[in-house]
Design a protein around this ligand. Sequence first.
Ligand code: ZN
Ligand code: ZN
Length: 418
Amino acid sequence: MNFLTALVTFENLHEVRRLCHWGPVIALTVIAVCSSMAILDSIIWYWPLDTTGGSFNFIMLINWSVLILYNYFNAMFVGPGYIPLGWKPEKEEDTKYLQFCRMCQGYKAPRSHHCRKCNRCVMKMDHHCPWINNCCGHQNHAYFTSFLLLAPLGCSHAAFIFIMTMYTQLYERISFGWSTVKIDMSAVRRFQPIMPFSVPAFAATLFALGLALGTTIAVGMLFFIQMKVILRNKTSVEAWIEEKAKDRIQYYQTGEEFIFPYDLGRRWENFKQVFTWSGSPEGDGIQWPIHAKCHQHTLTIEQLKQKADKRVRSQIQYRVVEDYNGACCPLSKGLNTFFRTPCTEEPRIGLHKGETILATRGTKWWMYGDKVLDDEQTKAGARLRGWFPRRCVEKCHYDTAVTSAMTSETSSEEKKVK
Ligand SMILES: [Zn+2]
Ligand SMILES: [Zn+2]
């Protein structure tokens, strides 16, 4: 009984609820289907114990499955690291450089942002990822990125097994269409498969191949995006703050030079902040190493300036120049827009030429914002907010006045800040 309670009082047990969500359910199903099919195919149609290649192949498959699950569960259960509720900086006077989070009843430490899904302020928040049903941030950045690297590697290996299995079962040898290049499969054939390939087995392998190839492409793209974040030490949220900083400085012609404070200048230095031998990242998630010309609050002061700026508030105004139908992965907006669709549950909004959008954040290929509605719709309390491809909009010239649609919201936000 004591043993049971010891198991049940596992510290992060409440985190198990994160599994009850479509993201982890789909992700774990894909991992389970691909790895079990690859292992099954290897055992039945490429017996691992008779050849060195077969043994190596089998060990690698187990290896991928273990490493992928290890990093996946750590990304989910270790979590991004949350700012303690009611947190305030050590020095009382530093509070004037920081924003206050009403939900957490504490100050927002540099680089932290409040996540509505997690309902906490998250250390070095990058984004809330539905696939791990948790935020990607300070503590789990390395686990998350390792998962993004290992999943495509494991899936490519599985895809290779599926293709080889189907080929060896369907043909005596593989010919690539020209007579000189032939792969001799006699070594494989020598070991009779435990059972001949049946139609359901073929269908299951083909299905698993589709899953494995899809995962390789989709997750591989996400890996490159996260590596960019790590090598520049700049999260996607911070990239947007920097963009707004440049916009603000250009508009007011203040002559300030904005230097992003957390990029340590060398990629290797930035890399070492996230990936360490101990597995946990450098630092406590509150104090950060910074560029020589900056100080701890360079970015938070910029955020406060942006908040105080009545013109942009937190938005930049855009005009729609290209229609968009609201599809998650639109086919006609280019490959990057297709593959780099934001990995969130937030909605997409359709656009029509000539409409105006107030964007609140964005990535290189997508933006998130509110559509400016006409007076009638605004009075009725309608609101259209979501993601759209960046190529469909164009930044407005500064002479356009900020529309009334947003003034009601911004003034209420202003009160909140005060
Ligand atoms: Zn918060
Ligand atoms: Zn979150």
